[in-house]
Design a binder for this molecule. Structure first.
Ligand SMILES: Nc1ncnc2c1ncn2[C@@H]1O[C@H](COP(=O)(O)OP(=O)(O)OP(=O)(O)O)[C@@H](O)[C@H]1O
Length: 272
């Protein structure tokens, strides 16, 4: 039987402002097994990022989170901060949409990479540096030692997203939560990133939560797909089923928009 690694039950998030409570995410439930990828799609503002942040315990008041997030039998919503930090670094990796916010602007990139790796893997800084450089090379970063010496503001957003993915590759976590991990990455490197995620899934049995606006990438990586709208899941199922036979109007709209873009692309290619 497949082993459930992450189970989210009735996750709701509200935000309090001027005595008024806004519901941002409502009763979201899903589960992921080892070696499986759950894709999350939905229009901008539908609650995808807030859901990821809530799972990772990254929301503080005035956000209010309820529900249950079980990771290998532990409820992450009830976990102490120190436990959460440990889990986040080594067992659940996160790749965030805005990479700049994930790095300390005052420390070189390499130091930040080796710090998390030595802490969670219990290896020396030198070993961590070698692993970091090898991991960066897998992501087509050909002069890794140069990048390692730079500060976050000295490289592009796409490069920082690849650095976050490189850290995840070294850590080999049980789960990766990737919130639009390729938004700033150029097209050639998107293919590399997708291949690396695919091989992590296959070789390491990593479970993935993959949020993206790119339905082609989602179709390639995901097994199950959920569609979010206004904070709720409005459709779920096998990825092919949802993409080929969407039932909810919002899911249909997403798929139609993608089809229109693909058709436009082929018309453009034919004209050339
Ligand atoms: N820091 C915040 N404070 C208050 N409200 C927020 C905050 N971040 C997000 N929200 C609100 O929460 C809701 C869900 O936002 P979220 O960022 O999860 O959407 P999303 O689906 O990830 O969108 P996108 O695809 O543009 O990243 C939106 O109504 C948004 O305005």
């Amino acid at each position: 039987m497949a082993e459930t690694i992450l189970q989210v039950e009735d996750l709701s998030v509200s935000f309090e402002k001027n005595g008024q409570r806004d519901m941002l995410v409502q009763n979201v439930s899903f589960q992921i097994e080892k070696n499986q990828c759950l894709g999350i799609v939905g229009e901008s503002g539908s609650g995808k990022s807030i859901t990821c942040k809530a799972i990772l315990g990254l929301l503080r008041p005035p956000f209010h989170v309820t529900g249950k997030v079980s990771f290998l039998g532990r409820d992450l919503l009830l976990a102490e901060d120190t436990t959460l930090r440990k889990v986040r670094g080594s067992e659940i990796a996160m790749i965030l949409q805005h990479p700049m916010t994930a790095f300390d602007p005052l420390e070189p990139i390499g130091k930040q990479m080796t710090e998390s790796i030595t802490l969670h893997k219990g290896i020396s800084e030198k070993e961590a540096l070698i692993l970091s450089a090898a991991s960066l090379e897998k992501l087509n970063i050909h002069q890794p030692m140069e990048v390692i010496q730079k500060y976050p503001h000295q490289v592009s957003g796409g490069m920082l997203q690849r650095v976050m993915i490189a850290i995840a590759l070294v850590m080999e976590p049980a789960v990766i939560i990737a919130d639009e991990p390729t938004t700033a990455v150029d097209a050639v490197n998107v293919a590399t990133v997708v291949e690396l995620f695919e091989s992590l899934k296959k070789m390491r049995k990593t479970a993935l939560v993959f949020v993206s606006h790119d339905l082609n990438v989602v179709a390639r990586l995901s097994d199950q797909l959920v569609v979010m709208n206004e904070g709720s899941i409005v459709e779920r199922g096998q990825v092919e089923e949802v993409l080929h036979h969407p039932q909810h109007p919002k899911a249909q709209q997403l798929v139609e928009t993608r089809q229109a873009l693909v058709n436009q692309f082929y018309r453009y290619v034919k004209r050339r």
